[in-house]
Design a protein around this ligand. Sequence first.
Ligand code: FDA
Length: 368
Amino acid sequence: MESYNYLVVGSGLFGAVFVHEATKRGKRCLVLERRNHVGGNIYTENINGINVHKYGAHIFHTSNKEVWEYINQFAEFNNYINSPIAIYGDEVYNLPFNMNTFSRMWGIKTPAEAKAKIAQQVAEAGIKEPKNLEEQAISLVGYDIYEKLVKGYTEKQWGRSCRDLPAFIIKRLPLRFTYDNNYFNDRWQGIPIGGYTPIIEKLLEGSEVMLNTDYFTFIKENPGIAEKTVFTGMLDEFFGYSLGHLEWRSLRFETEELDIDNFQGNAVVNYTSREVPWTRIIEHKHFEFGTQPTTVITREYPLEWEPGAEPYYPINDEKNEILANRYRELADKCENVIFGGRLAHYKYYNMDQVIAAALEAIRKEFNS
Ligand code: FDA
């Protein structure tokens, strides 16, 4: 006899939205979470009054009105606009690449001057068919931007030289010929006041949640506990890695509390030279315009992934996509299992895409 309608594996955003909607429709949900907290990668922890993004900076941004209205039911969003800074040696640049960046780099003032400078550098490089990432980047933005803002950062992220990376990784490098430091082009943007964890807690209200519980161990002891399973864990793990491992890129976070009120004056600062081992420093208080007397910063280090490491970014190259498709075929044959979220789809999703996907799964499930 099934005790629950849905066994939901994972309390991240996908699982939590699904649970909320299913519970609202009178269904009983049991949520299993392997970690010791809910929320998946959007989990925030309050340290000295500062909401710390434990799994990397999370800025909510979307152009999807339904998703924006949906998430606003569970939190009030502030007017944070992501405007990262890049530090290269002693030089400080605005991101994304825009007129402020170009002006700082070349002392120019107008869009025409910036376009001419880039065109001149691209022409001087004379690259017709880029053979690697370095050539691809230079053929798109010229030497200066590549050298100071792309090269070191990309090499740290991938752990190898841009000359040894394939050109396809960078399809385009957006250039903005306005003085606009807003990183995102989306219609709506902000940070939930009080962090993301309270959103997840509200979404999970009315369901039962078991923390520190791994699905694969649990289900052996409790087969048939629910009519259906919603699985938001890793796709290859669900099938016992029977076809091999899907590869990811990982990250290491080093968080430090500092006895000063302002460390870097901005939430996100990228370090673009190869010599600095971290790619970014996040100063969490600035996401919520914090005025606390102390601060918390997190250095982000790229990490080569190996089985067992925390999976952050899927490597959607040809080899991994072929493997993922074979797993997806197996998943399609699984009756009574709904696969959802970034791990089970082996895709990078922004938060708004995850919410949209969970709402779509609900519509399909309930024919509504
Ligand atoms: P998520 O990984 O959050 O949840 C899955 C849950 O399942 C986890 O809690 C896991 O522990 C659990 N689980 C897995 N296997 C299990 C098992 N066998 N048994 C029990 N539990 C299990 N997006 C955005 O819009 N703006 C941003 O600024 C960022 N920033 C960002 C930074 C970094 C570094 C990354 C990697 C990602 C982002 N994102 C983002 C993306 C965002 O993190 C992502 O969209 C959501 O967290 C995905 O939610 P899911 O529910 O799909 O997965």
